[in-house]
Design a protein around this ligand. Sequence first.
Ligand SMILES: [Zn+2]
Length: 459
Amino acid sequence: MLQLRFVTTLNSGAIFVPTSLPICAARRWPLLLVVGLLALGAPLGAVPAAGKDNSRYAALAAAGQGDGAMTVRPVARPDRRPPPLVGQPEAAVLRAGDTLAKVLTGAGLSAGEAHEATRALSRVFNPRRLAANQEITLYFKDQPPVTDGRRFTGFFFRPSVRREISVVAGPRGGFRAYERERTLTSRARYLTGRIEDSLYNAAQQADMPVAVLSQLIRIFSFDVDFQREVQRGDGFEVVYDHGHDAAGAPVVAGEITYAAMTLSGRTLRYYRFTPRSGITDYFSPSGQSVKKTLMRTPVDGARLSSGYGRRMHPILGYNKMHRGVDFAARTGTPIMAAGDGVIDQIGWNGAYGKYVRIRHNSTYKTAYAHLSRYRRGLKRGSRVRQGQTIGYVGSTGRSTGPHLHYEVLINGRQRNPMGLKLPAGEKLRGADMTRFKQVVAAINKTRDRLRPAAAMAMN
Ligand SMILES: [Zn+2]
């Protein structure tokens, strides 16, 4: 195994000396090909914008634009409002391998009572779907008829952050189960940070939930090469919706409504907006969709590992000996299709190891090398959508550490993704643009209200 010691000077003057650096294969290029590429300078063809139905944000999308106003979610079944559980609450946890009945009998219920309560629950929730470490609150009252000196009045749990289930003992025995959507209040929250050593650490320091960081990275993975372009002194600003419970405690992170990143003095801003098409997306202040034909960082940012975002390695960039860019990530990190397309090649490819190539259109292809494995079922001719997982990071072929080797091919030739000017995505027009401007104004107002004076310099 090759051990490299790189010493590089960042713009800040700091020196980072990683000792085991993933290094890439695929460097035995015939001189003729190199000369040919330099001479021809493969032209950029016109590429149609990606289809409207392929929103990478569809899964994240919820209708409406939050401008920070309070919105109260309706109760799912107002007609089945559960009666309050009475008595003393007692916390229990379902251990891996345990059944609900075991938890209940462990708390002193008879086997018959535990069975009845479990059967009642199964009308709204399959008890076998209870997750390990599920917290369950049991209620007991010091009142006859007694079980182990007290009467069991029921139990309550939340199988998910928004779902509440209670099983309540009836006045004449028996149990009844109730299910309802938890009432959460959405409030806009503002976060900002300046990158010292990594985006990941800066996000942590800013108290940014991982789910929000993941969204931030996804939004900017069209514009930003997170391996090479994020440097000390860069910064970010985020406004997102945070769900609060009745007591005002933040319980769940929602969608980013505004995201800005300042990279080497240049600020990119995006606003969440749902045009008449119904596809929620992020748009620049001029109404340009963040989506491009290809992503610049086709690795899932939710699965950060050291070397990917945490530290700024001098990971191999593009040169005539290395005709792609490398992303250091843990083995098994999902790799995304950089754009919509069809699998053009999939299989072992010499020094590239496990290799996937996608044909996006008559001009563009992208290639992914050193994979640990492919997405199950993927084969030559399979259609893939932008952002869809195609495989997982590995170190197969000529490689000394887990990383993704990513290539962009234009008319069959590798091109430097760093310098690539990709065709822009959809642009808002007409009524959409008019409404978008109103949304932008509202979001800016929320942002400015929440933004501390110290951060104003970023704008
Ligand atoms: Zn490489």
